[in-house]
Write a protein that binds this ligand. Structure first.
Ligand SMILES: Nc1ncnc2c1ncn2[C@@H]1O[C@H](COP(=O)(O)OP(=O)(O)OP(=O)(O)O)[C@@H](O)[C@H]1O
Ligand SMILES: [Mg+2]
Length: 291
């Protein structure tokens, strides 16, 4: 079976074994300039608040990163499976938990998607423990499964569940970075504080290298309220809030039904440009983090 999104052939990711630490990401920005970041990056998109734009940002950022030539893997760690559906996948019996136990090849775990250059680990029923399995064991399986992924991809983006349990903790244990998508609404601000507290706890107890890569304001509209929220985000959290934000746009709400990222569904739309700008800004930050 050929993976159409990857030019170099079928399941070539099975054969790559370079060390994550030694790989270099290079990509081309919209201006054509070449840019390098340090190493393969695992990035969790986290916000315990439901409906904050995690899935939308994961899918569309993945596509925007892939447009620059990066190899991107989306991992759907939400049992709701919204990222899986959006990218044209289906819930799979083989998930990270099964993969972590060995004996299952990565070709059974990873599928191609409708987004060029983007692969997917679909959501799986085993993300929710059944029978004797405990939540801790499932969380550990997720972490081990992520660690077993081959070093084929440049960026691994994890779409997380809106919970405060093993499903939101495991990605913080396994990632290098966190992006917090936040809706441009005042009610969204406490959610950011909660994720930052979780990041600090994860850093203190288990993953000292975890970094907050950026806070991305999503669904920002022209109302004074929305702009005031962005101002408040900047005054409360400072420069970690990205310069670029994502506008509220009906095209985004339409795209999942067509199972296409916004960069393919409405490639010349202003909101597609927003996601490209956010991707470019994040790549600069990844480069800065490497220096
Ligand atoms: N820029 C945008 N413009 C318009 N609608 C948007 C935008 N971003 C997100 N939405 C809409 O907001 C809703 C929530 O977005 P999304 O599903 O990405 O949030 P989420 O954080 O993943 O939610 P959950 O916590 O349930 O997983 C969706 O209906 C989505 O279509
Ligand atoms: Mg979601």
């Amino acid at each position: 079976m050929i993976l159409p999104a990857v030019p170099s052939g079928a399941y070539c990711y099975e054969h790559r074994n370079e060390s994550r630490q030694s790989r270099t990401i290079s990509s081309t920005t919209s201006s054509g300039a070449s840019r390098a970041t340090a190493e393969v990056q695992i990035v969790a998109l986290s916000n315990h608040k439901g409906g904050s734009g995690k899935t939308t940002t994961t899918v569309n950022l993945a596509a925007a990163f892939a447009e620059t030539g990066l190899r991107v893997l989306v991992v759907d760690l939400d049992p709701q499976g919204s990222a899986t559906e959006w990218l044209g996948g289906r819930e799979s019996a083989i998930g990270l938990v099964e993969f972590s136990e060995g004996g299952v090849g990565v070709s059974k775990l990873v599928v191609p998607t409708t987004a060029s250059g983007v692969h997917l680990v679909p959501t799986s029923p085993s993300l929710i423990p059944r029978g004797d399995a405990s939540r801790n064991a499932t969380g550990l399986g997720i972490v081990r499964g992520l660690a077993r992924l081959p070093d084929y991809w440049d960026l691994i983006l994890i779409d997380t569940a809106p919970t405060l349990d093993y499903l939101s903790l495991a990605p913080l244990v396994a990632s290098n970075h966190v992006i917090i998508p936040v809706e441009g609404h005042a009610l969204a601000l406490p959610g950011v504080t909660s994720v930052i507290a979780s990041i600090k706890r994860a850093r203190r107890h288990i993953n000292p290298h975890l970094e907050l890569l950026g806070i991305v304001a999503c669904r920002v509209n022209k109302t004074g309220h929305s702009r005031e929220v962005v101002t408040q985000l900047r005054s409360q959290f400072g420069a970690v809030v990205l310069e670029h934000s994502v506008r509220d746009a009906i095209r985004i709400a339409e795209a999942p039904a067509l199972q296409l990222p916004i960069t393919a569904y409405a490639p010349t739309s202003p909101v597609a440009a927003d996601y490209r700008s956010v991707a470019t800004e994040l790549l600069v930050r990844l480069g800065d983090l490497s220096s």
